[in-house]
Write a protein that binds this ligand. Sequence first.
Ligand code: FES
Length: 202
Amino acid sequence: MSLKKISKEQPSDFEFNKINMELANKMVKNYPEGKQQSAVMSLLYLAQRQNNNWIPLAAMKYIAKFLGMPYIKVYEVATFYSMYNLSPVGEYFVQVCTTTPCMIRGANKLVEACKEKISENENELSTNKSCSWMEVECLGACVNAPMMQINDDYFEDLDKEKTLKILDKILSGETPKPGSYRGRINNEPENNRKTLMDFKNA
Ligand code: FES
C-alpha cells in the first residue's frame, strides 16, 4: 500500500521556470474555454519534474492560482495519486508494485530486498543518500509481475536475487538494464509458446 507523507520541510515559494511556463501554457490551451482546471494533473507533474521529483505545498498553491481553482482541489488531486511525491525522494527512486498480481508472484521479496539494500522504512534515503523506495499500487505491467519502477524505467519478471543485483548497481551509480529479467521481449510468452493449447490442462 502506498504511504503518502507531506514533507515537514517545505520551501516558501515555487514558480515554473521559463521552459515549464511555456509548456504549462500550452497544456492549458488543450482544454476548452472554462475547462482549464482539467490541466491540473499535467501541471502537478511538471512541478514535480522541476522540483527534484517531489511536489511542495507551495507548488500546489501556485498551480491553484495558475488555474484559478481552490487550493484544496489541487491538494486533493496531489494527495490521491501515488505518482505524485509529496516528500523528497532519492535521485534513484524505486517504486515496488505490491498490488495483488505482483504480490501473489512474490512482490514481498522485492520489498525485502529494498529494506536490506536501501532503508528499513519506505520514503527514507539510503545511507549514501542516493536512493529511496516505496510501495505503490498497480503500475500496469501485471503480466510481467513482480516488477518495480526506477525513475522512468520498468524492471520486470523479478525475484529477490535479481532485485538485489539491480539495487547494488544503482547504489554504486550504475544504470541497470530495464525490461524483463527472464529474457522476454516485452510481454511475449516464454519458450516460444504460440497458444495455450500447447499445454495439457491449459
Ligand atoms: S499488479 Fe503489479 S503491475 Fe499490476
